[in-house]
Design a protein around this ligand. Structure first.
Ligand SMILES: [Zn+2]
Length: 254
């Protein structure tokens, strides 16, 4: 076992003037030319000075005009107030609802699209697309093996697949999840296969009258996903449990 890649914060340069501070909670800042935007705002308000210093040391005194929250859970919004005090406008589905076409933020250097893809992790989920760098912020829709809905049902399982199809369509080279290491469109595709495989295998196991324990034993973490962030540690087990509960309660039938 290697060490956890998110335990120590790491600065990742996605493009010129485009940085992600990769950790358990991710935050990014992007130079659009005349101004910068920040994506997501962490869980720990005490990181305010560190983040502002990091932005200043990479982008100088460029104003941060907008802070885009992929959704408004507390682990994505802790620094909202700190940025707001400095004149940044907070943009999320609560402060300034975005319609299904999305909202562009344009500058001389690049532009970014904030696009609502709600209904899986939360009803207000948005992704952020940076075409210049082929980079996509997935928020918590991609969780390194987690199923992004609480109570799994047939309707939201279908919605999750639709949402993944929309994300895959961007054909991003870099995918930035809300938490942990960055990845690529390949991992989004792999997760869709994994989700279908879990549903199929577990439906079969339940239909054959197998116990939960037996089903779990039949479904070890796939070899190629063992290196996924915290997947073998707990996420695979969590996903298997979620599908077993949904199948046993009849909520995935149809
Ligand atoms: Zn969340």
């Amino acid at each position: 076992m290697g060490s956890d890649p998110a335990e120590v914060a790491k600065m990742v340069t996605v493009g010129d003037g485009f940085y992600v501070r990769q950790a358990v909670d991710n935050i990014a800042w992007i130079d659009l030319g005349e101004y910068a935007v920040v994506v997501d705002a962490l869980e720990q308000p005490e990181l305010e000075e560190e983040i502002l210093d990091a932005i200043r040391s990479t982008l100088g005194d460029k104003p941060v005009r907008y802070l885009l929250n992929t959704h408004t859970h507390g682990d994505h919004t802790a620094l909202n107030a700190a940025f707001q005090r400095r004149g940044t406008e907070i943009v999320n589905q609560r402060t300034s609802p975005i319609d299904s076409e999305g909202r562009w933020f344009e500058g001389a250097r690049r532009r970014v699209l904030m696009l609502p893809l709600g209904g899986s992790h939360t009803s207000e989920d948005c992704v952020v697309w940076v075409p210049e760098d082929k980079a996509l912020f997935a928020g918590d829709i991609f969780g390194w093996g987690l199923i992004p809905v609480g109570n799994l049902r047939l309707t939201n399982a279908k919605l999750v697949n639709d949402i993944y199809a929309r994300m895959i369509e961007f054909d991003a080279s870099v995918v930035i999840p809300g938490h942990g290491p960055l990845c690529t469109t390949g991992e989004l595709r792999r997760w869709v296969e994994y989700f279908a495989w879990l549903r199929e295998q577990i439906a079969k196991g339940c239909a054959e009258g197998k116990s939960d324990r037996k089903i779990r034993r039949m479904l070890p973490p796939p070899e190629d996903m063992k290196t996924w962030w915290r997947f073998e540690l707990w996420k695979h087990e969590d996903s298997v449990g979620k599908v077993i509960r949904a199948v046993r309660s009849g909520q995935l039938n149809g």
